[in-house]
Design a protein around this ligand. Structure first.
Ligand SMILES: *Cc1c(COP(=O)(O)O)cnc(C)c1O
Length: 364
């Protein structure tokens, strides 16, 4: 008989550093939140209407496979709905992939400044996370391939990456895939795909369709529906089958399914959001380049700004907060102590942020 006095988590669980979300500002404050890469234009009005209409049927379980949502996604993106699995946010699907393909003794590989959820879900599955160096805040294919061992089971790649905003071209992702054994799953997390304007980018569907070891994961969170928690993935049949065996049988709630389907079809709204983002991402990037600040070119709906020192980054965070702009610190969560991540917001917010940061420079 065990002499433990209380239930004990599995090995490794208590070694996991909890996810640190961006700050939100005091409740009731008028602070503008630029710390979680949310939409500055709200949600698609059609999605809001669909979400509200679902309130008439809250006593009924949702259709468990998110069929209407998968059909909308299939129609708009040209994908077989049977190759899609939906989740309670893409976080749900990332957890399920880790649980399905990782266990004790296994390794998953990621780039140094990759998304901070990957170490959490890897360790939660009992496996080890192997982190490899980047080149100028960009994932490096040679370094990722050099880290592959016989124990590697998953490569996690956010493309574009959060919190850096950098991306790998379609050719580089293909080169990464070509260097992996067929039993290693390449997870392409295209959370910011909707915002990419680079011509040599691909969301990853081409690789998914051509191979048995690639999945693409997407989310509605960055496109106006973060509160609804909707993610989706596309993968080969054997992966879809495995994930469907262990996901929650009703893992996407009905309002979310209907809102997601409406948002998928609201192409005009999605285009407006993308255009707004591209305009103000370029503008903010140009405004903030100076001797003392460096903006890493971003393909996402945020930019990472690097300061000369961690002290300057901390002072910029405080000065922005005092002016009513809450941005994302990326020291504790990502180890980028001289950086801040700033979501692309409204025109007014972007002008305000630029003004605060430039006046800080003048004061030095
Ligand atoms: C925001 C984000 C996600 C997912 O978010 P959900 O809200 O869980 O859908 C996934 N990957 C990356 C890289 C992200 O930045």
């Amino acid at each position: 008989m065990s002499d433990q006095k209380r239930p004990i988590p599995q090995p490794g669980i208590l070694d996991i550093a909890p996810y640190l979300p961006g700050k939100s500002g005091a409740p009731g404050s008028k602070a503008i939140k630029l710390s979680a890469n949310e939409s500055p234009l709200g949600a698609s009005p059609q999605a809001v209407a669909a979400f509200a209409a679902a309130a008439d049927h809250l006593e009924i379980y949702p259709e468990g496979s998110s069929r209407l949502l998968r059909e909308a996604l299939g129609e708009v993106h040209g994908i077989d709905p049977n190759a899609i699995v939906c989740g309670n946010g893409s976080d749900d699907l990332l957890h399920l992939l880790a649980q399905t393909y990782l266990g004790h003794g296994d390794e998953a590989v990621m780039n140094r400044y990759g998304f901070s959820v990957y170490p959490i879900i890897t360790k939660a599955a009992g496996a080890e996370i192997v982190t490899v160096d980047e080149v100028d805040y960009t994932a490096n294919v040679d370094a990722l391939l050099a880290a592959i061992t016989p124990r590697t089971r998953i490569v996690w790649l956010a493309n574009p990456n959060n919190p850096t905003g950098t991306y790998l071209s379609v050719a580089e992702v293909a080169r990464l895939h070509a260097g992996l054994r067929p039993d290693i799953l390449l997870v392409i997390d295209s959370a910011y795909a909707e915002y990419v304007t680079a011509a040599d980018y691909s969301v990853g569907l081409d690789l998914v369709e051509a191979h048995e070891n690639v999945v693409m994961v997407r989310t509605f969170s960055k496109m106006g529906l973060a509160a609804a928690r909707i993610g989706w993935m596309v993968g080969p049949g054997h992966v879809v089958d495995a994930i469907n065996r262990i996901r929650g049988p009703f893992n996407v709630n009905l309002p979310a399914q209907l809102a997601g389907a409406a948002a998928t079809r609201d192409i005009a709204f999605n285009q407006r959001l993308k255009a707004h983002n591209a305009q103000w991402r370029d503008w903010l990037t140009a405004q903030l380049q100076s001797n003392r600040m460096r903006v890493i070119p971003s393909q996402a709906n945020f930019v990472m700004v690097l300061f000369e020192t961690p002290e300057l980054a901390a002072r910029a965070f405080e000065t922005l907060a005092a002016a009513g702009y809450i941005v994302r610190e990326i020291g504790a969560s990502y180890g980028i102590h001289n950086g801040l991540r700033i979501s692309i917001g409204s025109e007014e917010a972007m002008r305000g942020v630029a003004e605060v940061l430039k006046s800080m420079e003048g004061a030095q």
